[in-house]
Every structure is written in C-alpha cells, then in structure tokens.
Ligand binder design. Structure first.
Ligand code: B12
Length: 578
C-alpha cells in the first residue's frame, strides 16, 4: 500500500524547518541547563542515563513509582514519604514518573482557561524545582511535557529541576488537548525543546511511552518495535539525544512482555526508562489485582536479571482501577516490588527462553521491516525523512491505524483488525473480545434492529469505545464513529449531521459531567449513554480527590452505564423494548 502524497500529508507551504527549530532550542541552552538535583548528588552521577548504565553493570533492578496529586503540597510530601517509607522497609525507589495534569500541556499564559483533568498542576519553575528535590529520587517528567504547546517552557522548568529524563514522545503522537489542538504549534515547540535537550552538557533521555502512543492501537507488537526504531531515527539520528522507551500498560501476556523486552535489547534500545505496569490487567478487586501485579512484575524483574536493559520496573498499586492511589498504597506496592526482586533470579531459571526468543526474533524482524517500509514510504510521499519536524508531523498525521495498514510487517488481510495478520498479536483485541462476550452473556438482544448509535470518547482512552463498538456490532446496531478525543462541540455537530438514535460516550479523564453538560448546551437532544470513569475534581477544590458524578449525570438526564453489560438493556429501554 502506498501513502497519499505529501501534498495531502503536509500540505502547508510555509512549514518551519526542523534544523532551524533545533538551532533555536540549542541556543536556549546558554540559559537553561540541568539544575542541581538531590538525586544526582545522592548517587554521584551526572545524569540518569549514566546512573542507569552503572546499574546495568551492577546487575541492579531499578524501581519506578508514578505520582502526581492535584494538591501541590501533597505531591511534595508524597515525593519524600514514598521514598522514605519504602526505604524503611528495605525497598529503594529510584525514580518517580511525575504525572502532570493535561492542562499543563497549555502554556502558562493561557492555562487559566484550559480544561483540567485529575493530575498535578505546577505553577512555575519554582514548583518543578521544589517537587523534584523533595527526596533523592530521579524526577522523570514523563507526562504532558514534550508533545504539546507548552513543550518548551515545561522542558526548561524540568531541566532547571535537575531532571534528566523528559517526555513524552508517545503522547505527542496520540494525546489531544481540548481547544489547543494545533499540531504545527505542538510539533514546533516539541522540536525546539528537543534541540534544548540535545544541547545539554550531560545526556538527557528523551522518554517515550509506547503505550501512550501508537502501541495502544497497533494490533501487532512488531509495529510497536518498528516505532521504537523510527523514534530512535528521529531522536538519536536527527536530534542527537538519547531516547529511552517505556512500554507495558497493554502487555498482558507475560511471554510477549518478556519477548518484547528482549527484542528491545536486541535492537539496542537501552537504557530504557521504565516497563510500565500492566494497568489494563487491573479490572477487579485489590485481591484480584495482586495476581496481575505478581504476574507482570515477575516477568519484568526476571527480564532485567536475564538481559538488563536499564528499564526500571513499576509496581502499580492495586487500587489503580478504582482511583488515584494514595501514598501508603504506593509504598506498599514498592515494598512488594523490592521483595519480588529477591525471587526474580531464582524464578528466571524456570523460564524456557527458546519460545520467548523465537517470538522476540519475529518481533525484531517485523519491526525492522516496518521501520524500513515506513522510511521508504514517507520518502516516496515526499516527506523529508532527514527533517525531525517533518518526520514527527507526518507520523502524527498518519496515525497508528494507517501506519500499520501501510507499513506493517504482517501479510495483508482485509478481514484483520489492523488490515494485516499480526506477526505477534497485541493482546488488547482478544481481551476486548472476551469483555464483549462477558457483557452479552445472558442478555436479551432482541428489538435493536435499525438503531443507529454514535460512539465517541472525550479523551485518549478508547478501549471503552472499542468495546461498545464491538458489542453494538454483534447485536446488529449500526455504529457511527464519533471519533476519539472528540470535543463536545464537534460531537454535537456530528449529531446534527448524522441524526443518531442515541449517543454513547466513553470518558475517563475526570471531566464526565462537564462534558455531558457541554453536549447538552451545544443542542444535543437525543439520549446520551455515558460510561468509563465518571468522576471529576470539584471546581475550585484544592483537594486531590475526584468525586463520582454518576448521580448528578443521571439527574441531568444522562443514561449512566457502570458496566458494558448495561448497554444493551439501556438501548432496549430506549427503543421501547423490555
Ligand atoms: C488503558 C489506560 C490508559 C491508556 C489508554 C490507551 C487507549 N488508547 O485507550 C493510556 C496509557 C494512553 C492512558 C493515558 C492516560 N490515563 Co489512563 N488508564 C488506562 C486504564 C489502565 C484502563 C482504562 C481502560 O481503557 N479500560 C478498558 C475498559 C474497556 O474497561 P473499564 O475501564 O473497566 O470500563 C468498563 C465500563 O466502565 C464500561 N464502559 C466504559 N466506557 C463505556 C461507555 C459506555 C457507553 C458504556 C455503556 C460502558 C462503558 O466498559 C467496561 C466493561 O464493563 C485505567 C485504569 C484502570 N485499570 O481502569 C487508567 C485511567 C483511566 N487513566 C487515568 C489517567 C489519569 C490517564 C492520563 C491522564 C495519565 C497521564 N497523566 O498521562 C492519560 C490520559 C491523557 C489524555 N490526554 O487523555 C486515570 C483516570 C483518573 C480519574 N478519572 O480518576 C485512570 C483511572 C488511572 C488512575 N487510577 O489514575 N491510560
């Protein structure tokens, strides 16, 4: 398959040149350098890149925790107390992924009007510095820095705070910020920030969480590795900075998880930042989630023992699918990880590496084929593959599905979800199919013929939508695609255009009520079903806790669905059935 020519991919006549943007960023390195860091001083390193290399040599497995509360003082306390609490119980937290709010993607000057999610808001450089030095743990500014309109100013602040791992290139490709969706501005600011990073006197890792990016949508793990290679071409080849990859949220099969780690080792994608916890595996109670935690973390720790890639392991607290975890829960998870590492060496002896390495070899071969085909195809379409700006923008505009269909390593098959038979299938599709089976078990599906439902998401989380789409298709309802990260006003336009019988929204970012009200205000009058994470931090509240808004949504007229199993009965009621 070939791509549309650049005329359609990058039609603007006056796009900036990557080299100029990088030079602008480099020039800022006179004033913006890696600041003093409690972590670097403590471990006696000049950057986390060097620290990771030393840990690889020493055979040590590093630990990563994710934090970021709306209340800034609480975030600072957490930064210290998690490190301290874990250390008192014999575990060492090496790095924190700092979870900024999505409003932080908007430049400070315009941030007041930006829509807020549930994450941490830092008011300026002083906040970055105070937070990142609250304990000797490496600050990894991995969310909402690179990839957005505020990329440059957030990178400056992160560097000043002594951070030497900054991201998130994965988010650049897929995350959209309501009202601030100009991809040229986001790309230009990101390339300037990359120039500043590359010009530092010490190596600063450009972090990319593959699962935040296209890995959540690819159907083939070979395509995920292909992205690693493409991003390395851009960041190391064109920008001149080290890149550190993260993966894990969607990797539920331990064999594929380990195979992917060994595939990364094989292509030299090390040191990586973190192997993120398999958060999509958390669907039950704390007790059930402990089983998922043990399964993925053992594979990750054993992987580092067998073939270290410098990725820290990440024990996600078992409360994560309920709410943002509390400090004591993060400590508990870190202590769990510290102890599990003791078993990883002995357990590694139980692993038969032959099938794992056979899978890794297929991922590597497929990933290389994907990368080579993408570079060739982009060049044929007129993209300058030696220009970081053009490469980033072209990949972002193409999106995961078109990229995989055009350049995937699998054999083309129109019946396959990704347009090709995957070389090594990603597990998310089979997991969603199982969830659909579960949701439809014993449910009366009669009487839905002829219904047309417009399905959309308010943010990047699209598995809820994929599940709803799948269930509706199975019961013969016509699915109209309302898109992903669709702003309420845009969805209302679509409702006017296609006149569905109902709208189904999947929402996760803590904006459920606001989003629903905006839809109604924009004139949507048909029934609206809403599911996902139905919570919100109350406006004006300085607490860190989102509250459930299901009751208020129902009062306002929404059809609130806590489970996918409620979808069909709700539609039957709307259609006048039972
Ligand atoms: C996968 C995931 C991601 C992936 C999404 C990939 C993708 N392309 O979809 C990635 C890694 C990209 C991601 C990113 C983020 N995430 Co996230 N993510 C999750 C996770 C692990 C699973 C959510 C999911 O898709 N589940 C699969 C669905 C099918 O199952 P379910 O959620 O149980 O839904 C059930 C029902 O609710 C129902 N359902 C869902 N929708 C609908 C709709 C209708 C109409 C109906 C009938 C039913 C229905 O179907 C399911 C079966 O019953 C959750 C934690 C968790 N374990 O739940 C966090 C979570 C949703 N994420 C969260 C956050 C904060 C983020 C980020 C903001 C983090 C950050 N700072 O970067 C970003 C989002 C940025 C942005 N711009 O929007 C928070 C939300 C916090 C809140 N609202 O309180 C959660 C809860 C994690 C947490 N505890 O902090 N995330």
């Amino acid at each position: 398959m070939t791509l549309a020519p650049t005329a359609r991919l990058l039609p603007e006549a006056d796009l900036p040149r990557g080299a100029d943007l990088l030079a602008e960023g480099r020039a800022l390195a006179r004033d913006w350098t890696v600041g003093p860091s409690a972590f670097l001083a403590h471990v006696g390193a000049v950057s986390e890149h060097g620290f990771k290399r030393a840990q690889i040599q020493a055979g040590a497995v590093m630990q990563h925790a994710q934090i970021g509360y709306r209340d800034f003082a609480k975030s600072c306390r957490a930064y210290h107390d998690i490190w301290d609490g874990a250390a008192r119980q014999g575990a060492r937290v090496d790095r924190y992924g700092l979870c900024l709010d999505w409003s932080m993607a908007v430049p400070l000057a315009k941030r007041a009007g930006a829509q807020r999610g549930t994450g941490m808001i830092l008011r300026g450089v002083e906040d970055f510095v105070a937070l990142a030095n609250a304990a000797p743990v490496a600050p990894h500014f991995g969310d909402f820095v690179l990839g957005f309109p505020a990329a440059l100013e957030n990178t400056q602040a992160a560097l000043a705070a002594g951070s030497t791992a900054i991201g998130n290139l994965g988010q650049y490709f897929t995350f959209r910020v309501p009202g601030h969706d100009d991809d040229i501005v986001a790309t230009a600011q990101t390339v300037r920030a990359l120039g500043l990073i590359a010009a530092q006197a010490v190596p600063v890792i450009v972090h990319s969480n593959l699962d935040d990016g296209f890995a959540a949508q690819f159907t083939d793990l070979a395509s995920c590795l292909g992205m690693v290679l493409l991003e390395t071409h851009i960041i190391t080849g064109l920008v001149g900075a080290p890149v550190g990859h993260c993966y894990g949220h969607h990797f539920s099969d331990p064999v594929a998880r380990l195979a992917f780690q060994r595939a990364m080792a094989e292509v030299g994608a090390a040191p990586g930042t973190v192997i993120y916890g398999n958060t999509t595996g958390y669907r039950g109670t704390a007790a059930a989630n402990f089983a998922s935690l043990s399964s993925y973390l053992l594979a990750d720790a054993a992987g580092q023992v067998l073939r270290p890639t410098g990725h820290a392991i990440n024990a996600v607290p078992v409360s994560e699918n309920d709410r943002i975890p509390e400090v004591d829960e993060v400590i508990e998870a870190q202590v769990f990880a510290g102890r599990l590492k003791d078993f990883a060496g002995p357990w590694a002896g139980m692993i038969d590496l032959a099938p794992v390495d056979a899978m890794a070899a297929r991922i590597v071969a497929g990933g290389r084929a994907f990368c080579a085909a993408a570079l060739r195809g982009l060049a044929e379409a007129g993209v300058d593959t030696g220009d970081a700006f053009q490469m980033l923008l072209a990949l972002r505009r193409l999106g995961a599905r078109r990229l995989e269909a055009a350049f995937g390593a699998g054999v083309p098959d129109p019946a396959a979800a990704g347009g090709r038979v995957p070389v090594v299938a990603a597990s998310i599709l089979s997991e969603l199919a199982e969830m659909a089976d579960h949701a439809l078990a014993g449910v009366d599906v009669a009487g839905l013929d002829g219904l047309r439902v417009l399905v959309a998401t308010s943010d990047v989380h699209e598995h809820g939508k994929m599940l709803v789409d799948e269930i509706l298709r199975r019961v013969g309802v016509t699915v109209l695609d309302g898109g992903v990260s669709t702003e309420a006003a845009r969805l209302a336009e679509q409702v006017r255009a296609v006149r569905p019988d109902a709208v189904a929204i999947s929402t996760y970012n803590g904006v459920a009520l606001e989003y629903y009200q905006a839809l109604r205000a924009a004139g949507v009058a048909c029934p609206v079903l809403i599911g996902g994470r139905l919570n919100q931090i109350p406006e004006g509240s300085n607490t860190s806790l989102p509250v459930d808004v299901g009751g208020r949504l129902a009062q306002a007229g929404a059809v609130v669905c806590r489970e996918a199993a409620e979808l069909v009965p709700a539609l039957r009621r709307l259609a006048g059935g039972a």
